[in-house]
Design a binder for this molecule. Structure first.
Ligand code: GLY
Length: 397
């Protein structure tokens, strides 16, 4: 099948590798230097134009921005099947208030919450989590230790966006789990659960990032996964009942509390770098799954995944997330049966590969056990060399 892939990061590298491995003809909207081995970059003014120029039979959308902006609606109106939610369904990620309201109406377990508008009275007595509504790219969230911090965070949120709705919610404690599923508007098919490491430094210290690494699958207590899957299925059924069917990847971010999993947020696409770890284990052709979802009917059963585990370690600029790299890449490990190297922030300059992004490369090791997958990834990370290369040393621990 001719497939157009939208997006140009490490997640899309992993998607491209898997799609190309199964013989599909790939075109890309973005010019990631790694993509040329799998297909061609289409220069066009819009995704629709790129899809028409490449005569694509399916468009697969990686990032949330184009989804929230309605790229799937535009493609559908032109009769081009697309894997991803409509703008209305993408509100599950682009509006935290929308998601909380869905959670309340359909009984999805989540933290206690309320919405504030500028000037609303609010006197916190404990630390809350304060979130600006809308897509925030990992920013716009304040996790507050006490009442004073919460009050300051609310002031900061309205200073940043005076017309915004601000969500304040109860602070939950526990390990986090990312549970992703393919959805066709009615049914969801879960993928192996993953764990992302969002903080920049070892020991979960430092600022939030897009994600410094991920491991999959994550072993959890009996019943936990079933409870998370139930939340995803109830969300998909609720969206259908509301007349906004959800198609694409629904990503539930959960906190595993002593009282059971609690939904922290939904994303409406593969997580990055969770995608790199999950797809490293995926054995089947993904295109029938993506195309089936886009047509409103996922295939029966579930995709097959390799036994064992995958661990993705992100190599970033030393100043990330505040700044990006700007240095030639001296060496990169090569892809092999048990190693996948995804370029996220690289550019071709005069025939040389440069590190130019915040997150530069993701290195994913696959092995029989999580420990061996970590070792495989970390052995290869040492082969990524550019000035200022940095990474966490505790991914998957
Ligand atoms: N890794 C977190 C995200 O993709 O949102």
């Amino acid at each position: 099948m001719r497939v157009l892939l939208v997006g140009g990061g490490g997640r899309e590298c992993a998607m491209a590798r898997l799609i190309a491995r199964h013989g599909h003809e790939l075109a890309f909207t973005h010019d990631n230097p790694a993509f040329s081995r799998w297909g061609r970059h289409v220069r066009a003014d819009s995704v629709l134009e790129a899809a028409q120029e490449s005569r694509s039979e399916l468009v697969v959308v990686g990032p949330e921005g184009p989804l929230a902006a309605g790229v799937v609606d535009t493609l559908s109106a032109a009769g081009i099947p697309a894997f991803g939610p409509s703008a209305a369904a993408a509100r599950l990620e682009s509006s935290k208030v929308f998601t909380k309201s869905l959670a309340s109406r359909y009984g999805l377990p989540t933290a206690a919450w309320r919405v504030l508008r500028k000037g609303d009275p609010f006197r916190p007595e404990v630390g809350w989590v304060v979130k600006l509504d809308g897509l925030a790219a990992g920013k716009g969230v304040w996790v507050c230790e006490n009442a004073a911090e919460t009050a300051s965070a609310v002031v900061a949120a309205f200073a940043a966006r005076p017309d915004a709705e601000v969500l304040v919610e109860e602070r939950l404690v526990g390990p986090e789990l990312s549970v992703l599923a393919l959805c066709d508007g009615k049914r969801m098919v879960p993928l192996p659960a993953a764990r992302d490491h969002k903080r920049r430094f070892d020991g979960d210290e430092g600022p939030n990032t897009g994600g410094m690494g991920a491991i999959a699958p994550v072993r959890v207590a009996p019943g936990v996964l079933a409870a998370c899957h139930d939340v995803l299925q109830r969300a998909v059924s609720g969206m259908a009942a509301d007349g906004v069917p959800f198609v694409g990847v629904l990503y539930g971010g959960f906190m595993l509390t002593p009282d059971g999993p609690r939904l922290l947020e939904f994303n409406v696409r593969f997580g990055d770098p969770e995608c790199q770890a999950i797809l490293a284990l995926w054995e089947d052709d993904p295109v029938p799954w993506f195309a089936g979802a886009a047509q409103g009917r996922l295939p029966e059963g579930a995709p097959r995944f390799r036994d064992g585990a995958a661990c993705c370690v992100v190599v970033c600029a030393d100043g990330y997330p505040a700044s990006s790299a700007n240095a030639p890449i001296e060496s990169l490990p090569q892809d092999s049966e048990d190693l996948f190297v995804d370029q996220a922030g690289t550019s071709d300059r005069d025939g040389r590969l440069w590190a130019t992004g915040g997150r530069v490369v993701g290195v994913t090791g696959v092995a029989a056990t999580p420990e061996a997958a970590r070792s495989r990834a970390y052995a290869a990370v040492a082969e990524v060399t550019f000035a200022g290369a940095a990474w966490r040393r505790d991914i998957g621990c």
